[in-house]
Ligand binder design. Structure first.
Ligand code: ZN
Length: 201
């Protein structure tokens, strides 16, 4: 029998599904200014930057590193919109592209936008309390709050996955989730930008 090292011992964490807090862990906040380029309506974005609201907070558990290890963390995404586009995360790919991830909804009503880097296919799936989303490899993914309360969720993935924010930062997603007559609609970014321009002409 070999002795277990500290890093191999089990760990138990307490978390609050309402606030997204994990006991003893410090969250990282993202304000609008941290992801202002992600939103399509730059006029609406400039107006809201005066308040610069917190858009989301994440608390990551990332100390388990190495073969077979797992990273996990909670996100809390606030309700709100920039123009007609719902509050959302910056979105990312995994540095290790084949790495999948599981999202587990704890509170609220949201959607995930996924875009396959190999095919360009872009689609949205619901992420809500008491539901899970399997994010396949090679998919850029972004969380969007389409409800009127905070959206809280876990994400669980391989410790080898890594985060690539840069590629999405440059390319963004080809579709946007915007409100139309009270409902979330996924539409091509180019079409939405044309609509915006037409409404301001
Ligand atoms: Zn991810």
């Amino acid at each position: 029998m070999t002795s277990t090292t500290q890093s191999e011992r089990s760990e138990v964490l307490q978390f609050d599904p309402m606030t997204g807090d994990i006991a003893g862990r410090a969250p990282t906040s993202r304000r609008l200014s941290d992801l202002s380029a992600s939103f399509a309506d730059q006029q609406a974005c400039s107006r809201l930057l005066a308040e610069n609201p917190v858009i989301y907070r994440v608390t990551q558990v990332e100390e388990h590193i190495g073969e077979g290890q797992i990273h996990y963390g909670i996100g809390i995404l606030m309700p709100g919109k920039v123009g007609r586009e719902y509050f959302m995360t910056k979105g990312h790919l995994h540095e290790w592209r084949p790495a999948a991830e599981v999202y587990i909804g704890l509170r609220g009503r949201g959607m995930m936008v996924l875009e396959d880097e190999r095919t360009g296919e872009c689609y949205a799936v619901p992420l809500e309390a008491n539901s899970t989303v399997y994010v396949p490899g090679y998919a850029a993914h972004r969380t969007v709050n389409v409800g009127d309360e905070p959206l809280v969720y876990w994400g669980v993935l391989s410790s080898d996955a890594g985060h690539d924010y840069g590629t999405v930062g440059v390319r963004n997603f080809s579709k946007v989730l915007v409100e139309r007559e009270g409902q979330p609609v996924l539409m091509p970014r180019a079409d939405f930008l044309r609509e915006l321009e037409a409404s301001r002409a």
